[in-house]
Design a protein around this ligand. Structure first.
Ligand code: PLP
Length: 433
């Protein structure tokens, strides 16, 4: 498969080049030249396929022969080496739990897939690659975990100082080895801006930078997998499915919409955001006007200029379709989020994390009292990652999973910066080759 830059369609590269570059030299996001269509027969038979068979079929056409079949099969197996349960929360409302991976957030899927692809592509390279990534909370941990110990790859994680939860911070600052954390005095958008600037900075060529944010196709595309796995579980109920995705940078929902384009029968998408509501405002006014980022309890979605939204526009513009027919966007306050976490826990015993709660609110608002749809929301992180807001608002203590306990005793290691110049200096000193 070839990929073109969204800012210059003449600029085209292979999957390998797109994964290694992260972002196109002209700052555009890469986008597949064509969207493969799945046979209806294959989709109708999905309940009889294994999760690995499904994922392989979905991703293979986006990669072609650039990764040999056995290696791709192995990458897919390792990517999906945990559960993706679909849990009934109440009549017609289901939670797709995406937090059973090693860092307890959905980003494990993209990060595991991408790290293994890069490992495959850099096997025979002489120079090291430096993965530079901005995190609003969960990407950092997932990327750190996915790339830990991968030969030939150094990882530098930028995160907004004091704006991630304690567990999130430990996950990205304590591993050591090829993983380095940089604390930025600012917001996630500031981190993301610095990362984008570094990619375009010809003075940093010697660092061989690439991105592990969802702008990288190798992280973005595998996020389609679990939409198919959810459909496998729910298709036998015979109702049209609507999916609400708690959204920040809009990579996750955009992967779902791509899956729909391939032929996955999802009736409608709901983008649920916190008060960082650039997209909900856009859907009303058709004006794209990011504002200053606001801090919320669903911190991984504190994004005001979502990178992947241009991909959603591309998905629909290219065929002259109307975006509104496929996508509704809602915004919810922290107050509504907390009230929902309390209400759902009290009435159903189901514990939502703040991000999942925003997703749940979106499903409920869209369904209203309609009973002819199945509503699904994505539970994007384990509630235990946000103990501060769960204890203070719900008054319950969640047992920390054994797999996380060692982390809490580890020492944080990070470098503090507050300007792009400092970042550049640091990269040149430590990662130039
Ligand atoms: C990253 C993240 C999101 C937002 O996903 P996007 O792909 O950036 O829209 C939502 N919830 C959690 C827990 C996250 O970590």
């Amino acid at each position: 498969m070839r990929y073109y830059s969204l800012t210059n369609p003449q600029l085209q590269v292979s999957f390998k080049e797109a994964a290694i570059q992260g972002i196109a030299p002209d700052k555009g996001l890469y986008f597949p030249m064509s969207i493969p269509k799945l046979d209806k027969e294959w989709v109708d038979n999905i309940a009889h396929l294994s999760k690995e068979e499904i994922a392989y079929k979905v991703i293979h056409s986006f990669i072609g022969e650039e990764i040999d079949n056995d290696s791709l099969q192995k990458i897919v197996e390792e990517t999906l080496a945990f559960d993706f349960p679909v849990i009934k929360v109440e009549d017609n409302v289901y939670s797709l739990e995406l937090y059973h991976g090693p860092t307890l957030a959905f980003k494990d899927v993209g990060a595991r897939f991408m790290s293994r692809c890069l490992g495959y592509f850099t096997k025979d390279r002489k120079e090291k690659i430096t993965v530079l990534v901005a995190t609003s909370g969960d990407t950092g941990g997932a990327v750190a975990n996915g790339f830990y110990g991968v030969e030939g790859v150094e990882v530098v994680i930028l995160y907004p100082s004091a704006k991630v939860s304690t567990i999130q911070e430990k996950q990205l600052t304590t591993l050591g080895k090829n993983i380095k954390a940089i604390e930025v005095e600012g917001s996630f958008d500031d981190c993301q801006d610095m990362v984008k600037r570094a990619f375009l900075d010809s003075g940093l060529k010697s660092c061989h930078l690439t991105s592990a944010n969802s702008i990288n196709v190798a992280r973005w595309l595998p996020q389609m997998f679990y939409y198919f796995l959810m459909y496998k579980e729910l298709s036998n109920q015979g109702k049209p499915i609507v999916v609400s995705v708690p959204s920040g940078n809009f990579g996750n929902i955009c992967a779902g919409m791509l899956a729909q384009k391939m032929g996955l029968p999802i009736h409608h998408f709901i983008a649920s955001t916190n008060v960082n509501d650039t997209v909900p405002r856009f859907m009303n006014s058709k004006e794209y006007e990011p504002k200053k980022t606001i801090e919320t309890i669903s911190n991984a979605m504190d994004v005001s200029n979502p990178s992947n939204f241009v991909r959603i526009l591309e998905l629909y513009n290219s065929e002259g379709e109307v975006l509104d027919k496929h996508l509704t966007a809602y915004t919810f306050s922290d107050k509504e989020t907390i009230a929902t976490m309390k209400k759902v826990y009290k009435e159903t015993d189901y514990l939502l994390d703040p991000h999942g709660a925003v997703g749940y609110l979106g499903v409920k608002k869209f369904l209203d009292d309609k009973t002819d749809y199945l509503g699904v929301f994505l539970e994007t992180a384990h509630p235990v990652k946000f103990p501060e807001s769960i204890i203070s608002n719900l008054g319950i203590e969640i047992p920390i999973p054994d797999s996380l306990k060692p982390l809490l005793f580890k020492e944080k290691q990070s470098v503090k910066i507050n300007s792009y110049e400092e970042l550049k200096q640091h990269l040149l000193t430590s990662f130039s080759s």
